[in-house]
Design a binder for this molecule. Structure first.
Ligand code: FES
Length: 108
């Protein structure tokens, strides 16, 4: 979906298909993203863990964080900041919104 010259949002599917606490791997224009719904909000992060590249979509949700399956680092789903360990690292996040029942991810 293209919205003029402003930010570009792409639909990644039906919002009702994403259960609370579920992690979903989606490919958007060649990039692997993990999408998650926490407390009703939908967030998208780069699927590649900033630590050593583990696949976040293979992890789990704990509180408001996505837990990497490789070494258990935890990333705040909204901000991307490392929750554990307490280091100044950040996962790449993509803005999302829900429109007409579709999850839209901003890619540019
Ligand atoms: S690769 Fe994700 S915690 Fe190490």
């Amino acid at each position: 979906m293209v919205t003029g010259h402003g930010p570009r949002f792409v639909s990644i599917g039906d919002a009702s298909g994403l259960a609370e606490g579920a992690l979903k791997l989606v490919e958007v224009e060649g990039r692997d993203l993990v999408v998650v719904r926490i407390e009703g909000e939908v967030y998208a992060l780069d699927n590649r863990c900033p630590h050593l590249g583990g696949p976040l979509s293979g992890g789990r949700v704990e509180g408001r964080a996505v837990v990497c399956p490789w070494h258990g680092w935890q990333w705040d789903a909204k901000t991307g900041r490392a929750v554990w360990p307490q280091v100044d690292w950040r996962a790449f996040t993509y803005p999302t919104r829900i429109e007409a029942g579709q999850i839209l991810v901003r890619v540019a």
